[in-house]
Design a protein around this ligand. Structure first.
Ligand SMILES: *Cc1c(COP(=O)(O)O)cnc(C)c1O
Length: 390
């Protein structure tokens, strides 16, 4: 039987010039490590500004909290969405003004609210009455926005159920916040990360419109909608271009709000940083488990605990490239730790050249978001993923 040649559309992810640069940079470094190209983040930021001129950007710090990434975005004029006081501290250390920080986690301790407020944070999210009361006690007069529950259908990495509340609850919170001396400022939602169904924004925006109207009938005029994240990065499963997202989302907003758009915020994490990262990894072992097993197992020196946790349920499928030539062979890919859940891809078969062997390097693209910050401290003694900037 004649086998097909191993092929990989490298140019879709990196130009040959850039790839040469990556190889030169990584030649004498011990794998695994992440390389983040800050210029790509700048270009992506500019693209968002170009296509979505109607939004204000709050970068979701959790996607990639490296100091260099934060500083790059700060210099571009970005604002920031944080989840904890630790992220607040980091941003203040990097001289981001507190007025550019939004405390976007619905789950917070009373003393953490006080801590953020003392340091000048005046914008908070909420989705529940006890949290609202904590805000009223510890962050008096602050602007609050209310997280509306949305479905995450169509998202590769859903954020459903845990955050947000039904519009009926949100309506009551809006009225209560006003009575408690806070400023009911707007609404937010997150349609799920790597959301490939743009229609999900339509549903969520409709819920916002309904709440804007209901609040206005009580004399409360909300002023802001936070469209969250969910914008795409370039993985194996195809997604529309950012331009299409921008166009469609603007149309949904226009349908509901006409010319009088409220202030619009977005909180991109993945779409700003994922495409700017490449993980360089090495094949540790290749094995065949029984004589007539169809598939070889390829064990890399990075796995679920080393930063690739988004391979859980094979949700995120990273483009992975090997420079060897040969026939295309389907393999099972796994990580290096002593945990049997540390298998990267088994259902979805990745192809590699049949010549692939131990010691070869592989390049994992689109890994600038949710990798280094997700990796374990020292599971099996493996150190956290190293990261370099270009
Ligand atoms: C994680 C998160 C984001 C970023 O989402 P992406 O899909 O990575 O862009 C934005 N907002 C909130 C509240 C989040 O928790």
């Amino acid at each position: 039987m004649r086998k097909e040649k191993y092929e990989f559309p490298l140019e879709e992810y990196i130009s040959s010039k850039e790839f040469k640069k990556i190889k030169r940079f990584s030649r004498d470094k011990e794998t695994p490590f992440l390389i983040v190209d800050l210029e790509k983040i700048r270009v992506m930021y500019d693209q968002i500004v170009e296509h979505m001129s109607f939004v204000k950007i709050y970068y979701a710090v959790k996607a990639n909290p490296m100091d260099e990434v934060i500083t790059t975005l700060k210099d571009k004029g970005s604002s920031f969405d944080v989840a904890t006081i630790y992220e607040v501290d980091q941003l203040l250390r990097l001289e981001v003004e507190p007025g550019r920080i939004s405390y976007g986690n619905t789950i917070k301790k009373e003393k953490d609210i006080a801590y953020a407020y003392e340091r000048g944070i005046r914008l908070f999210v909420t989705d529940c009455e006890s949290d609202l009361r904590k805000l009223a006690r510890n962050a008096p007069g602050s602007r609050v926005f209310f997280r509306v529950l949305t479905e995450s259908d169509g998202a590769d990495w859903p954020l459903s159920r845990k955050f947000g509340a039904h519009p009926d609850i949100i309506y009551k919170l809006i009225l209560k916040s006003h009575a408690l001396g806070l400023e009911p400022y707007g609404l937010s939602f997150h349609v799920g990360s790597q959301q490939r169904d743009i229609g999900q924004w339509d549903n969520a925006i409709s819920k916002c419109k309904y709440l804007f109207t209901a609040a206005a009938e009580k004399g409360i005029h909300l002023r802001m909608i936070n469209l969250g994240g969910g914008f795409p990065a370039k993985y194996l499963s195809p997604a529309n271009e950012l331009e299409t997202y921008a166009h469609e989302i603007y149309r949904f907003l226009y349908e509901d709000f006409g010319e009088e758009l409220p202030e619009i915020i977005i909180e991109p994490g993945r779409s700003l940083t994922a495409d700017a990262g490449i993980i360089v990894s090495e094949v540790v072992m290749v094995s065949k488990k029984a004589k007539f097993n169809q598939y070889r197992w390829v064990y890399l020196d990075i796995g679920k605990f080393g930063g690739l946790i988004e391979t859980l349920d094979e949700c995120i499928k990273y483009p992975i490239y090997c420079e060897k030539k040969g026939c295309a062979e389907e393999v099972i890919l796994a990580g290096p730790t002593c945990d049997s859940m540390d298998i990267l891809y088994e259902d979805h078969k990745y192809t590699f050249p049949h010549t692939l062997k131990e010691g070869n390097r592989v390049y994992i693209f689109t890994t600038g978001a949710y990798t280094q910050s997700y990796c374990s401290v020292a599971f099996n003694g493996f150190p956290p993923l190293k990261a370099y900037v270009l």
